[in-house]
Design a protein around this ligand. Structure first.
Ligand code: FAD
Length: 395
């Protein structure tokens, strides 16, 4: 008797009935509304972000793990499972949700003032307003402490100058959370980094689109150019001081990636099982050859490992809390393993595997971005290396 990967894994003993019912709702919505269109969006290098945001808002996934202000207050595991089902269609779609909920909304929810929360969060939860998160710059990626963007006081106002690069959603965003160095100094005499809530229609803000991407094409990526952008005093998020501000948000978003990557891997495996079961060569289905079964079994083994790791981290986050190095472990292992699964399975589709008809190659190429953003693979290796050895090898 044939069993699906999740049946062999007995996924219903890994996640609760309620969690799996919710995952089923997101999966059905994503299959009905996104699956037919994703190949074209990917080739066109864009998505209808505004319409999608509203639909995702209605589905209830935007900022679903946050409490109050129109957010559902769901468990971390349920949020993770939503990410898993969206990334089973495409990493770009999960990125839209991650950046909105875990970066932009989480930043305002965790570090913002009551006024900032009331102004933005209910509309963002509904998908009526789109947010982005500007930390990376053209010259500064892995080492954000060296950022060049500055925020200077001018009377009561703030004036921002600088540029952010590789910012998901920025060309379609209504609001940007921008991190900048201020004149204030910390106890070691270094400029203090602060976060600002910047409406993108403020004079001096431009968000041109990054062109020619080969990966994560079903996601809109842009710059945020800040040229003497004048903001009122209350644009600064009062509670975030120093790099801890943005790093806390990144930890949230990485958690979504941990689950999301397992979705891409599952989808590649399911598609490979379907294809090799029906494609006949040498008078037999491809699935009847030992080398095919070896590839499928290997991918299934790896998929099982990352799914169990994601579930474990979800359980920790919902109970005792999850530490940054545990999130690094999850992001490092799941993104890399999922990419290898998708790349290996791609071969089973022969020539058809290089078209947009089948997902494994698209997933594998997307996961190149997932490996890079939210802390590169190497940065997470260094984080874990530091935890294991007690030696900081970053600099
Ligand atoms: P660099 O930091 O220059 O790194 C280049 C290489 O050097 C990498 O392999 C890196 O691992 C390695 N390296 C760096 N330092 C070390 C070290 N100490 N030891 C060993 N190796 C090292 N950023 C945002 O702020 N918001 C977003 O919404 C966002 N969305 C993105 C969407 C896409 C499609 C992409 C591609 C990126 C996005 N990013 C975003 C930026 C992303 O987080 C950065 O690209 C990432 O942090 C790496 O920075 P970098 O590209 O400047 O590479």
């Amino acid at each position: 008797k044939t069993q699906t990967p999740d049946e062999i894994l007995q996924i219903d003993s890994v996640f609760s009935k309620e969690d799996l019912e919710w995952a089923g709702v997101v999966r059905k919505w994503a299959d009905d509304n996104l699956r037919d269109k994703i190949g074209d969006w990917y080739l066109e290098g864009t998505i209808p972000a505004r319409e999608l945001a509203k639909e995702l808002g209605q589905l209830g996934v935007l900022g679903m793990h946050l409490e109050g202000y129109g957010c559902a207050g769901s468990s971390a595991t349920q949020y993770g499972l939503a990410c898993r089902e969206l990334e089973a269609v495409d990493s770009g779609l999960r990125s839209l949700v991650s950046v909105q909920g875990s970066l932009a909304m989480f930043a305002i929810h965790h570090w913002g003032s009551e006024e900032q929360k009331n102004e933005w969060l209910p509309r963002m939860a509904q998908g009526e307003a789109i947010g982005c998160f500007g930390l990376t710059e053209p010259d500064v990626g892995s080492d954000p402490s060296n950022m060049r963007t500055v925020a200077k006081r001018d009377g009561d106002d703030w004036v921002l100058n600088g540029a952010k690069m590789w910012i998901t959603n920025s060309p379609v965003a209504d609001v940007a959370v921008v991190w900048a160095k201020t004149d204030e100094e910390d106890d070691k005499g270094r400029p203090v980094i602060r976060g600002f809530v910047v409406p993108t229609d403020t004079p001096g803000v431009e968000c041109p689109k990054v062109q020619r991407k080969l990966s994560l094409r079903a996601s809109i990526t842009g710059e945020i150019v800040l040229d003497n952008v004048r903001l009122p005093a209350d644009a600064m998020m009062p509670k975030a001081k120093g790099l801890r501000g943005p790093l806390t948000c990144l930890s949230e978003a990485r958690f979504g990636i941990v689950f999301g990557a397992t979705g891409a891997a599952r989808d590649a495996l399911e598609q490979a099982l379907m294809y090799t079961g029906s494609r006949i060569q040498f008078d037999k289905p491809l699935a009847a050859f030992q080398i095919t079964q070896q590839k499928l079994a290997k991918a299934f083994g790896q998929y099982s490992q990352i799914t169990l790791l994601a579930a474990h981290l979800g359980k920790l986050k919902d109970t005792t809390g999850v530490r940054p190095e545990q999130i690094s472990l999850g992001k490092m292992v799941t993104a890399d393993t999922a990419m290898n699964i998708c790349r290996d399975l791609r071969a089973l589709f022969g020539g058809s595997g290089i078209t947009s008809e089948y997902s494994p190659l698209r997933h594998a190429i997307n996961l190149e971005t997932v490996l890079t953003y939210e802390g590169t693979h190497e940065v997470h290796q260094l984080t874990l290396g530091r935890s294991l050895t007690g030696i900081n090898a970053f600099a």
